[in-house]
Design a binder for this molecule. Structure first.
Ligand SMILES: [Zn+2]
Length: 84
């Protein structure tokens, strides 16, 4: 899988941008938090919340991808996540 679509949740009530992942773009392992939502790595187990699914569960990422996402979150940009 080479693409990852992420929608920016415009309904977020706080000032932190929450990414809402499209569950159709995630594997079962990614949706369950067993694999990094960006690069699919399963070990070490991803522990950094990257965003959430439309129905609430958090989606996790590995150290490397969490840093990548945080950097782009700070810039208010999400589209670069499709760089993989
Ligand atoms: Zn990763």
């Amino acid at each position: 899988m080479s693409g990852l679509s992420i929608m920016c949740d415009q309904s977020a009530t706080d000032t932190i941008t929450t990414y809402v992942f499209d569950p159709r773009s995630l594997t079962h392992a990614q949706a369950m938090g067993d694999a990094c939502a960006v690069c699919h790595v399963k070990w070490p187990r991803p522990r950094h919340p990257l965003g959430e699914l439309p129905d609430g569960p958090e989606v996790y990422g590995c150290d490397e991808c969490a840093g990548f996402v945080a950097a782009h979150t700070a810039q208010g940009r999400a589209h670069a996540l499709a760089a993989h």
